[in-house]
Write a protein that binds this ligand. Sequence first.
Ligand code: ZN
Length: 144
Amino acid sequence: MIQKIDHIGIAVRSIEDAVKLYTDALGLTVQDIEVVEAHKVKIAMIPVGDSKIELVESTDPEGRIAKFIDKRGEGLHHLALEVSDIEAALDSLKAKGIPLVDEKPRSGAGETKVAFLNPTGTNGVSIELVEHKKVNTIAQQADK
Ligand code: ZN
């Protein structure tokens, strides 16, 4: 069910400020900066090998990330696991009684489907499931 650690989400007050550590100091490259209106966040994706660091800045003082930072300060926000089939993963977790924030997947950054587990059931770590759009599969089907 789980493919890999897709990314690690870090809540920051300002992507512009925070990104300097990862680029100037650590020598990584930002792949993408995207505003996801539905989640009231701006996201910078920084690839690290097969995984990514996701810097998350709130675009709304009432948003989930703004509230997180108000309460706990900037820092580690969530761990994202890649799954091949997010609906099946959610059904399986539901059947096992794992508390979920999202019963149904939402659309996330970069054409993904995402869903969060409820941290009450995950030792306080917010876990996000991510399913990437299957570009290869679609391309292969188009060839036929
Ligand atoms: Zn994320």
